[in-house]
Design a protein around this ligand. Structure first.
Ligand SMILES: [Zn+2]
Length: 103
């Protein structure tokens, strides 16, 4: 599963898929422009949105770290813990050890 950086969500592709266009000011870049350039555009021209997107990205990264932890745990346990994470923002790793010993 690919994680799309929040900055990317502010850009849309033209119908020929040759350019990516800023939702806020219509500035257009080649479709293969790297994320750094798009970030720089936001940093310079849309500072508020830039800050929002970066904050959101930091949050996503934490969620991915949680998901990576899950990949080390057997499948059946994953489901339980995924639900646990969805219900609670943070969780205790001790919980998983308890469940595993029940197998
Ligand atoms: Zn723009």
């Amino acid at each position: 599963m690919r994680n799309i950086h929040p900055i990317r969500t502010y850009f849309y592709d033209n119908s020929f898929k040759t350019r990516t266009i800023c939702n806020l000011c219509e500035a257009s870049y080649p479709i293969d422009t790297n994320l750094t350039n798009l970030k720089n555009h936001f940093y310079k021209h849309h500072k508020t949105e830039y800050d929002l997107a970066i904050n959101k990205h930091e949050k996503n990264k934490k969620e991915i770290q949680n998901t990576n932890l899950l990949s080390k745990i057997p499948n059946a346990t994953n489901i339980i813990i995924t639900k646990y994470i969805l219900d609670n923002t943070d969780y205790e790793i001790e919980e998983t050890e308890e469940i595993e010993s029940g197998n």
